[in-house]
Design a protein around this ligand. Structure first.
Ligand code: SAH
Ligand code: MG
Length: 213
């Protein structure tokens, strides 16, 4: 077991119980790269769900006394809706008549002791971005996976990554038979913009660094 993994599991012993869509190796890579970049400014995540990726990033943020903005409307993506492949009935709020992962997210963040390091923003990503002007040391995109949603997130957030900072995109599948192509499309857009250079990918986690200093 790596030192990073030992530290993560020591800080958050209930990590393996958290609902979510982040492979441990990818989570560890997020944590490691966030550690390197977090001293240069706050981080931002699009798509927190129950807080699994948030905790990996949040632990690095806490260590470096930085800050993580965690955006999610908590109503689930298309694949989380009733009848869809990744629907979780435990996250369905009968009173509201819709998905709501916010309570689960909030519980997990508090339980992990990260509530002073993670700022939840419960809203559609594109709405939050409208007047955004804070330069970010890292942006992690893991929101909606339709082409429209991914493009909107890319257009809304990639511009806010400061020079030297990191743009991380989840669910990069170079082979279409392995998964949807929208995240890979925006990954390629970022590359062809000339503003980002490629870092080694970790499983489906694409990592790009903004050029310049
Ligand atoms: N990073 C999480 C998984 C995220 S799943 C983990 O580690 O487990 C994708 C999330 O994106 C869902 O919770 C969904 O509610 C959110 N989402 C989808 N489209 C969004 C949008 N336009 N604005 C904000 N959140 C969105
Ligand atoms: Mg994902």
């Amino acid at each position: 077991m790596s030192d990073a993994r030992k530290h993560i599991e020591q800080e958050v012993p209930f990590l393996s119980e958290i609902k979510g869509f982040m492979d441990p190796e990818e989570g560890e890579a997020l944590y490691e790269i966030a550690l390197k970049t977090a001293t240069f400014g706050p981080l931002l995540e699009v798509g927190s769900y129950c807080g699994l990726s948030t905790i990996y990033l949040g632990l690095a943020v806490k260590e470096k006394k930085s800050l993580l903005y965690a955006i999610d409307h908590h109503q689930g993506s298309e694949e989380h809706q009733p009848g869809e492949a990744y629907h979780d009935p435990e996250l369905y709020d009968r009173q509201l008549g819709r998905m709501n992962s916010f309570l689960e997210f909030q519980n997990n963040i508090i339980r992990a002791g990260l509530h002073s390091w993670v700022v939840p923003i419960v809203c559609k990503s594109e709405v939050v971005s409208r007047f955004w002007s804070i330069p970010l040391s890292m942006v992690f995109i893991d929101g909606g996976h339709s082409m429209e949603a991914a493009l909107t997130d890319y257009r809304s957030w990639a511009v806010h990554v400061r020079p030297g900072g990191i743009l991380a995109i989840h669910d990069i599948f170079r082979d279409p038979s392995e998964g949807g192509q929208a995240p890979y499309e925006i990954y390629n857009l970022a590359l062809s913009s000339g503003l980002f250079k490629e870092l080694p990918q970790v499983r489906s986690l694409g990592l790009l660094q903004r050029v310049g200093r």
